[in-house]
Design a protein around this ligand. Structure first.
Ligand code: MN
Length: 257
């Protein structure tokens, strides 16, 4: 095999510093292609743009290198790249580095994770990487360094079809990171409230919002590991079937008539 072809994308937008940090760390591993959204799609989940055209513009990152920006979502960017925008199909897709952790139920909202899911649907190994802070001065170096090490392993060992890795890195100084834990998804609850207001014409409008989430810091979970200062790597799979419930359902009378 020649040099691996690696697609980078994100959901914070093509000019986000996390993407540049990722690119600099991953660059030595192969040939890099970057196609990312032209604006922030955080918490936009997994859309597929179907009712308007997708555009792609050539842009320059802060280091002067060429990247591509699309008006589509992160998942659209991966589909564009895989279906032929670039001359080659990627051997690996890495999404991030996201500003903000994507743990527990976050994975169902996250555009960063959605990009990895899109790659997994195409059968391409993928890694989503998030840094657990919302600070605009975030230091991405530890997350970038780990992402590159993990990417090298994944390129060598591969991943089972339709599985991918979700990585979360604590936002603490590199020397304080205690190590890496392989984890399961934990529990994170947003205490969102419905805020109802009125516009100047007397019509109601709503915000869904709240404070920071409440994490259940169980041992062996992503939220637990990151809270204790470990990098968390969670293997995820597209098969969301609840196998225990599947068995239980079969005993329901309605399915036995
Ligand atoms: Mn984001």
């Amino acid at each position: 095999m020649g040099k691996p072809y690696i697609l980078l994308t994100n959901d914070d937008g093509v000019d986000a510093p996390g993407l540049l940090a990722l690119k600099k760390a991953i660059e030595p591993l192969g040939e890099i292609a970057i196609l990312a959204p032209d604006h922030n799609w955080s918490a936009a989940g997994h859309p597929r743009t179907m009712h308007k055209p997708l555009r792609v513009e050539e842009v320059r990152l802060a280091d002067g290198s060429i990247a591509y920006a699309s008006n589509g979502a992160p998942s659209d960017c991966v589909a564009l790249a895989v279906l032929g925008f670039f001359p080659k199909r990627p051997d690996l897709v890495v999404s991030g580095i996201n500003l903000g952790g994507n743990m527990g139920y976050d994975v169902t909202y996250s555009g960063t994770v959605a990009a990895a899911i899109e790659a997994a649907i195409f059968g391409i190994p993928a890694i989503a990487v998030s840094l657990d802070t919302f600070s605009p001065d975030a230091d991405y170096s530890a997350a970038a360094e780990f992402a590159a090490r993990l990417a090298e392993y994944v390129l060598e060992k591969g991943l089972p079809p339709h599985a991918f890795l979700n990585v979360n890195v604590p936002a603490i100084p590199k020397e304080q990171i205690k190590g890496v834990q392989v984890t399961r998804l934990g529990k994170r609850f947003y205490e969102d409230q419905l805020i109802k207001r009125q516009d100047p014409r007397g019509k109601d409008y709503y915000w869904l919002g709240g404070g920071p989430p409440k994490d259940i810091l169980e041992e062996g979970t992503d939220v637990g590991a990151v809270a204790r200062g470990f990098i968390s790597v969670t293997p995820l799979h597209l098969d969301m079937t609840d196998y225990k419930l599947l068995e239980a359902l079969r005993s329901w009378e309605i399915f036995r008539e």
